[in-house]
Design a protein around this ligand. Structure first.
Ligand SMILES: NC(=O)c1ccc[n+]([C@@H]2O[C@H](COP(=O)([O-])OP(=O)(O)OC[C@H]3O[C@@H](n4cnc5c(N)ncnc54)[C@H](O)[C@@H]3O)[C@@H](O)[C@H]2O)c1
Length: 263
């Protein structure tokens, strides 16, 4: 049984927390005693904070853009203003598009790289600065993807952005290891969220005449555990990586995908 106060006294910043995986991670940390600063580029993130506060948790929201350096600095300022310090930062904001190579635009390429890779870099940079202020170490946890292990069809830009997350993770892990800051990444497989609903439709259209839900059902049949993942499945791994049990783990990229990819 996990202690309900495993993260008491800790402040956790989570980006991409208005819904899906990020919201599930925020709820999990709050349930285990952390103060959470939930952030996203949509006002809906305020509802996640309100829901957590309604259940007796400590939460504040910040609406901002992870591709904008000033907005990212303001996010961490807000975390410190509300809760005094930053101990854990989960870089989870992400976007995807799916297109044949002849239709994939430069604008799409730039946007995916900006949010998924530069956004992780900017947040890690700012979080490290805040962790160095209190000098008690910290945890950086970056959202990669099964597409950081192998590219899927019609998503070269997304795969590149997520392979990039692994590179950022390993490089930073080496730079800050002696300061007690660990840096790890995780690779969700097929997780039932708004993003996957888009994937099901967009990939389904390009791969054949799939009706909504059919492609996902087909891919889920290929998962050894034969079910899609949930935000809670992912949150369990993230909470472990942020806990004292993971103190000697850094620079790692861990799959959370029901066995879909075994490398
Ligand atoms: N759902 C899956 O199957 C799956 C699989 C592998 C990896 N992932 C990754 O997990 C993460 C979360 O995915 P999800 O399925 O919950 O997606 P989602 O689309 O449900 O949520 C994405 C979140 O990112 C935020 N966001 C997008 N652009 C932003 C920006 N510029 N600045 C700040 N916030 C921004 C959105 O507001 C939202 O909160 C993403 O990084 C995604 O690439 C998801």
């Amino acid at each position: 049984m996990t202690s309900p106060s495993r993260f008491a006294g800790k402040t956790v910043v989570i980006t991409g927390a208005s819904r899906g995986i990020g919201a599930a991670i925020a709820r999990r940390f709050a349930e285990e005693g952390a103060a959470v600063l939930v952030s996203a580029n949509e006002a809906r993130v305020e509802e996640v904070a309100a829901e957590i506060r309604g259940k007796g948790g400590r939460a504040a929201a910040f609406v901002g853009d992870v591709t904008d350096k000033e907005s990212v600095a303001a996010l961490y300022d807000t975390a410190e203003q509300h809760f005094g310090r930053v101990d854990v930062s989960v870089q989870n904001a992400g976007v995807i598009t799916i297109a044949r190579i002849e239709d994939l635009t430069e604008t799409e390429w730039d946007k995916i790289m900006d949010v998924n890779t530069k956004g992780v870099f900017l947040c890690c940079q700012e979080a490290i600065r805040r962790m160095r202020k209190h000098g008690e170490g910290g945890r950086l946890i970056n959202t990669a993807s099964g597409q950081a292990r192998q590219g899927f069809i019609f998503t070269p830009h997304y795969a590149a952005s997520k392979f990039g997350v692994v590179g950022v993770t390993q490089s930073l892990a080496k730079e800050v290891a002696k300061e007690g800051i660990t840096v790890n990444a995780f690779c969700p497989g097929i997780i039932e969220t708004d993003m996957w609903a888009y994937n099901d439709t967009a990939w389904g259209k390009l791969l054949g005449n799939y009706k909504p839900g059919e492609l996902m059902a087909e891919w889920v049949r290929n998962i050894p555990m034969a079910r899609a993942g949930t935000g809670e499945d992912v949150a369990g791994l993230v909470a472990f990586l942020a806990s004292s049990d993971a103190a000697y783990i850094t620079g790692q990229t861990i799959n959370v995908d029901g066995g879909l990819i075994m490398s």
